[in-house]
Structures are given as structure tokens and as C-alpha cells.
Design a protein around this ligand. Structure first.
Ligand SMILES: Nc1ncnc2c1ncn2[C@@H]1O[C@H](COP(=O)(O)OP(=O)(O)OP(=O)(O)O)[C@@H](O)[C@H]1O
Length: 514
């Protein structure tokens, strides 16, 4: 490859501190023009902070940035956009009630009077879609669209505003495997068209597949930047975490399922629009087993967790738990669930997992605040809650170890570890867990998997919903497949492999479409 005159982005000695936390410390590396550059590292390593500085959302305390060989000051995201830098965040920045076209026009360049007509914007977008293969229904209301399409909308919006350097923060964390494949095709196409891509991800296979070079960060610093040929998945994992990491299913894992702990029969639930979300779902969870729920996201897995955890009552069916039976008119509620030792790690940590505006210690006892250990007479014992939070942070390696820091100030993976610490900590007898390692780094995945296995070995019945087949294969004792709101297949773990499950899920889809 010919030597480039200058990189698309050059970061020199970037430092940024938040209170006691040094989020970035003298970070330096180059991103070659037209490359896909991976940025990996443990939760809290400082990746998002660094990219927020490049996108003008934060100002660095020290250091310099060059774009296309020119020193630049990026004071806000308008300036970043003017320099051709775009960013697709983990949580999309869209207005749900507007159409895709309106979302793109909103805040785009040009004052009120200079705004181009809808017809002209549409014509440019049509051309851009044809060129990049990023297909979006421009007249659809954003709130009605699946996640994969919203992400395409975000990318299209950035390109429409002239992005030549595109930052993607964990773009596949919320996608189904099919949507991920589609995204990869698009990213390769964008690269062919000359776009420089910066990819933050915890999925090392993606890094190996897509990136030309990778920078590893740890504790705010760059560990090293190397071309992809000089990395392997194992070397990346070790460089990120500072030790060897073993994922996958340990040999000799035996199932010793005991009594039924939770039994659901004939669950039926409808979405607000009348479409069935759960159809006649029956399921029993036994002590000492992990039941994996596989399936393409959006086929009833989330609703199943909501109904079983008491967040939502079904229209039909019955639930037996802890010697009690619940029917739709007197369904389990979340306040009853805790004393019955049913714990729930929700899929969406922002919506139901933590209260973002609370300090960590309040989020860490959420739902458990009435336990005797957190009370002193009629009053809440804040000191006991804070001490318990410190202990959880220690045990689950939540960084920083600060019980008073706002919940929103923790990096995504550390928020997830705090929820797991809270839910697993009280030794539940039934655990419902959705996407336990979404956004979590590879060292923490290993830790969380070991915690879930230990719970199972202690006799807990675990229901695991995960969009990662690898995760289900590493943890489950048996696997049920969900499609269109039904349980359509069940396999013992000995009979499962990725290909067989994939085929089963695909076959079910075809049958449903027929
Ligand atoms: N606004 C803020 N106030 C205080 N601390 C912050 C703030 N934003 C980030 N931090 C801290 O800075 C550190 C780096 O966080 P950052 O989000 O950049 O990590 P990350 O590598 O992107 O992690 P993850 O993979 O979990 O998303 C963390 O310790 C985090 O708690």
C-alpha cells in the first residue's frame, strides 16, 4: 500500500479527567484514511470518552487533534460535522414521532430560509441510498421501525451531513445476527467509497473480520496499535484484559436438574396493536438448570421475561412459583417477586435496570430496599446500603468503586455489572436474565458466565434469553427456540450446535413466513 500523505485522524497525547477518574491519559494514535480502525478495551477503558472528544461532545484537558493533516479545535459536534466527522451512538439520537426524512432534515445544515425543499433532500437521499446500499423507508415514522433500520437511518443522516470519518460506538450490540451481517456489507461498501470508519466493539470476531488496524486501550491509556495481521482474537483479549481469557463451555459440565421451581402454562399476550406477542407458551424451570431461549430477537423473548418477572400481566395463562399460583387478574407483581426470591436482570438496563439520575448506591438496592438489612426500624439505613454497594462493586469489579457516583456516569458495561451484582447477590431461587453480557467486555463476560454457572450449581433455576448463540451454547443445559411468540422447538444441550440451532431458527422463520 502506498504511504499516505497524512492520516485521516491523528490523536496526540489526549488527556481527560472526570473528578477522580482519569478517563483518557496521553492517548496517541493515527487512523489511516479509508481504513476501518478498531478501538477495543475493557469497560471503562475510555473508548467512548475519546470518541466523544473527537466528536466535540467533550473537550480534552490536554492534547491535540489533526484531521486530514490539519490541526483542529473541535468545540462542539457542529464543528465535528463541518470537519466531516459523524458519529452513530449506542443510543440513537432520533425523534420517534417524526418520519425518517424529517429526522434527517432536523438540525441539518442551512438556516430556516436556506433549508432545501423536502423533494431535493429526498432526491439526494435516494441517490445516497442507491450508492451505499443503506436502505431506509423515508416516510415511515421512526418509532415504528426495527432497530436495524434506525441504525441505517443514523448512518444515512451522518453521511447526508457530509461525514467522511464515521465513528460507530458498539453498533452491533443491539442487532440480530442477520442485521449484523447486513451492517457489515454496508460498512465494507462505505469503505470502498472511501469513508474512514472507527469501530468501537467488544466483539473480537467482528474486529478480526472488518478492521485493518486495532488500538487496544486499558485504564485510559493506549496499550498498543497494530495492523490486524499482527493480532489474533486471543492476543486481543489478553491485551485488553491483561491476562488470558477462556470463554466457551467448560468440559465435563453435567446437568443435575431438580424440582420444578417455576411453571408457566398457556401464556398468551397481545401487543398494543392487537398482534400476538406470546401464543400459548408453556415452560417449566427446574432447580439447578439453565434454560436458554434462542431465537431471532423480537419473537416474544422480551415479552416472556416481562410476564414471568411480573412487569406485565398476560391475557391468558397461569404461573406457579414458590407454592403460589397466579392468573391474569391477579398476576405476580414485582413487589411480590423479591420475597419469592425471583430475580430479574432486564434486557434494557436504561429503561428498567437502573435509575440513571440516582447515585449508584440507590440503583444498587433498587427493589431490595425493604430487606431487613437495609432498614433501621421504620427508616432506611443509608449507611448499610452504601456499604452493600461498595461490597457489590468490589465483588463484580465495577469501576470506578464509587457508590456516590451517578448511575449514568458509569460506562455501559459497568452499569450492567452493577445490576447483575444486585440481582445475583441475594441468592435467588429463580433468575430470569436477558442479554446478561450485552456491552460487557470479554473479561467481564468470563466472570458473569462463571457467576451464572455457580448460581445454577447452587440450585437456582435460570432462564437465559440471549441473542448470542455462543452464550447460550456456553451456558445452557437445554435450549428452547422461540418464533412468532411460540416455543417451537426444544433441544438438549448435547444435541445443539450453532449450525443446528441456526437451521432450526431459520426453518421456523420460513414456516412462519409461508
Ligand atoms: N460524564 C462523566 N462523569 C464522570 N465520569 C465519567 C463520565 N463519563 C465517563 N466517565 C468515566 O470515565 C471512564 C471511561 O468511560 P468510557 O465510557 O469512556 O469507557 P468505555 O471504554 O467506553 O467503556 P464501555 O466499554 O463500558 O462503554 C469510566 O470510568 C467512566 O465511569
Amino acid at each position: 500500500m502506498p504511504e499516505q500523505a497524512h492520516p485521516a485522524v491523528r490523536l496526540r497525547a489526549i488527556s481527560k479527567r472526570f473528578g477522580a477518574v482519569q478517563a483518557n491519559r496521553e492517548v496517541s494514535f493515527d487512523i489511516a484514511e479509508g481504513s476501518v480502525h478498531g478501538l477495543v478495551g475493557e469497560n471503562g477503558a475510555g473508548k467512548s470518552t475519546l470518541m466523544a472528544i473527537l466528536y466535540g461532545y467533550y473537550q480534552a484537558d490536554a492534547g491535540a487533534i489533526e484531521v486530514d493533516g490539519q490541526p483542529v479545535q473541535i468545540k462542539d459536534s457542529q464543528q465535528a460535522i463541518a470537519l466531516g466527522i459523524g458519529m452513530v451512538h449506542q443510543h440513537f439520537m432520533l425523534v420517534d414521532t417524526l418520519t425518517c426524512l424529517e429526522n434527517i432534515m432536523l438540525g441539518a445544515e442551512g438556516g430556516f430560509l436556506l433549508k432545501p425543499s423536502k423533494a431535493r433532500v429526498r432526491a439526494r437521499l435516494d441517490a445516497l441510498m442507491a450508492e451505499t446500499g443503506l436502505h431506509v423507508r423515508l416516510d415511515a415514522v421512526a418509532g415504528d421501525l426495527p432497530v436495524g433500520e434506525l441504525q441505517r437511518l443514523e448512518i444515512l443522516k451522518a453521511l447526508y451531513r457530509g461525514a467522511r470519518i464515521l465513528i460507530l460506538d458498539e453498533p452491533t450490540a443491539v442487532l440480530t445476527p442477520q442485521e449484523t451481517d447486513q451492517l457489515f456489507v454496508t460498512l465494507r461498501r462505505l469503505q470502498e467509497l472511501g469513508t474512514t470508519l472507527i469501530l468501537i466493539t467488544h466483539k473480537l470476531r467482528e474486529v478480526m473480520n472488518l478492521c485493518g488496524a486495532v488500538t487496544v486501550m486499558r485504564a485510559g491509556q493506549v496499550v498498543e496499535t497494530r495492523p490486524i495481521a499482527a493480532w489474533s482474537e486471543a492476543a486481543l483479549a489478553e491485551s485488553m484484559v491483561g491476562r488470558k481469557v477462556t470463554l466457551g463451555r467448560p468440559a465435563g459440565l453435567e446437568t443435575r436438574a431438580g424440582d420444578v421451581r417455576l411453571k408457566a402454562t398457556g401464556l398468551n399476550l397481545k401487543h398494543a396493536n392487537g398482534v400476538a406477542a406470546l401464543k400459548d407458551v408453556s415452560l417449566a424451570l427446574k432447580a439447578g438448570e439453565i434454560v436458554g431461549v434462542a431465537g431471532v430477537s423480537g419473537n416474544g423473548q422480551s415479552e416472556l421475561l416481562e410476564v414471568l418477572s411480573g412487569l406485565r400481566a398476560p391475557e391468558g395463562g397461569r404461573l406457579e412459583l414458590g407454592g403460589q399460583a397466579f392468573t391474569p387478574h391477579a398476576w405476580l407483581d414485582t413487589a411480590q417477586a423479591r420475597p419469592l426470591r425471583l430475580a430479574h436482570v432486564p434486557e434494557d438496563r436504561h429503561a428498567v435496570g437502573l435509575v440513571m439520575s440516582f447515585p449508584a448506591w440507590e440503583s444498587a438496592v433498587l427493589g431490595y430496599q425493604n430487606l431487613p438489612k437495609y432498614r433501621r426500624g421504620a427508616a432506611m439505613d443509608h449507611a448499610a446500603m452504601k456499604a452493600a454497594t461498595r461490597e457489590m462493586q468490589q465483588r463484580f469489579d465495577v469501576r470506578p468503586r464509587d457508590e456516590n457516583l451517578g448511575s449514568s456516569k458509569f460506562s455501559g458495561g459497568n452499569q450492567q455489572k452493577l445490576i447483575l451484582a444486585r440481582e445475583i447477590g441475594e441468592q435467588p431461587i429463580v433468575l430470569l436474565v436477558g442479554q446478561p453480557t450485552r456491552g460487557v467486555d470479554i473479561g467481564a463476560i468470563e466472570f458473569i458466565h462463571n457467576q451464572l454457572r455457580a448460581l445454577r450449581d447452587a440450585g437456582c433455576a435460570v432462564l437465559l434469553v440471549s441473542s448470542e448463540l455462543d452464550e447460550i451454547l456456553a451456558l445452557a443445559d437445554r435450549v428452547v427456540v422461540m418464533n412468532c411468540g411460540r416455543i417451537t422447538g426444544e433441544l438438549a444441550i448435547e444435541d445443539c450446535d450453532e449450525r443446528r440451532l441456526g437451521l432450526l431458527m431459520a426453518a421456523q422463520e420460513e414456516r412462519a413466513a409461508a
